[in-house]
Design a protein around this ligand. Structure first.
Ligand SMILES: O=C(O)CCC(=O)C(=O)O
Ligand SMILES: [Fe+2]
Length: 329
């Protein structure tokens, strides 16, 4: 591993404690009339991405009805019997298929209290539930995946302009019509805590981490909170001052990932985040979220405009990060 790789992995070490909480503003960015307002949108995105690293898109153009259907079918999938879901297992290193409590974060050393089903389109052979098991699932998820891709490309194109990469640069790097495509739609079900024992609350729904990808689009459900961001660390590299990211209806929460931070020569910031357990007075039921991880195609070369880091393919980058995050079976 290079020094850079080690630095990125170590970013997650020593940050698993609860820390303190503080209110901060999560910028909201209006995406309406995108082509006419692109300059204004780019200014707002750049400010957010070079600061807190998180922002929420409004008027983003993904129909609410499709988002609602995706959540309905996600819940339908996780409601299937475990032996049905087990027919569609996550194969390590592929970001495709179902896993149950398999993701162990370097920050906490314990498994996230969740199950997930990941859709990475070129790798889905044999991994879709049948129409009899869950009617309409594949159709809805394919449509939803493509909507998320298109929105992610709009956001990334604003960054491309500022980074002097030229129009369409990231769209080419994330082209969906090739086996090299490796962006992922991930359905997540955090387990309900209604009947949990007090000691179960010391685990994390998702331990502190940064994302591996370029850009994450996160769909949350109103009333199902817990996501927190930490944009800074103390002098010893410990995470301090976590801020709740409100789960608002109609918005899509976005964050920059490590791949884009590296690709932008560290101009755009991939910041720590986590999903905490509910507090006793909060909603204790299950939590559902859906994340789209835009990560450059396997054969895309990550090379920053100023050449701060050694160029590396996006394939090598993701494999290095996956190896550190999933328990070896
Ligand atoms: O479920 C959430 O709110 C956040 C999930 C997340 O950060 C992730 O899967 O990388
Ligand atoms: Fe994340």
């Amino acid at each position: 591993m290079t020094n850079q790789t080690l630095a990125e992995l170590q970013k997650e070490a020593g940050i698993g404690g609860y820390g303190e909480e503080v209110d901060r503003d999560i910028p909201q960015i209006d995406m309406s009339d995108y082509f006419n307002r692109k300059e204004e949108i780019t200014d707002a995105l750049w400010d957010a991405a070079t600061g807190i690293g998180f922002f929420q898109l409004t008027n983003h153009g993904i129909p609410q009805e499709l988002i609602d259907e995706a959540f309905l079918l996600s819940a339908g999938f996780f409601d299937l019997p475990a032996d049905t879901k087990a027919q569609y297992p996550l194969k390590p290193g592929t970001n495709a298929g179902w896993e149950y409590k398999a993701q162990v974060r370097p920050s906490t050393g314990t498994a996230d209290q969740k199950e997930s089903y990941q859709i990475t389109l070129p790798r889905m052979k044999g991994l879709w539930p049948s129409g009899e098991e869950l009617n309409g699932f594949k159709e809805t998820m394919l449509a939803f995946e493509r909507h998320n891709w298109a929105l992610a490309m709009k956001v990334l194109d604003c960054f491309a302009e500022r980074l002097d990469f030229g129009p369409g640069f990231f769209t080419e790097g994330h082209a969906p019509d090739t086996p090299e495509y490796q962006s992922t739609l991930r359905l997540i079900h955090y387990l309900g805590m209604e009947d949990a024992k007090p000691e179960d609350f010391k685990f994390w729904r998702a331990g502190a981490h940064t994302d591996f990808d370029c850009l994450t689009l996160l769909h949350q459900k109103a009333g199902q909170g817990g996501l927190q961001v930490c944009p800074g660390k103390d002098s010893k590299g410990r995470a301090i001052l976590w801020t709740d990211v409100p789960p608002l209806g109609g918005v899509i929460t976005c964050n920059i990932g490590d791949m884009l931070m590296r690709w932008s020569d560290d101009k755009l910031l991939s910041n720590l985040h986590r999903v905490r357990m509910p507090k006793p007075e909060e909603y204790l039921g299950p939590r559902y979220s859906i994340a789209y991880f835009a990560q450059a195609n396997m054969d895309t070369m990550l090379a920053g405009p100023e050449g701060k880091y050694e160029p590396m393919t996006a394939h090598d980058y993701i494999q290095m990060r996956l190896g550190a995050n999933f328990a070896k079976k």
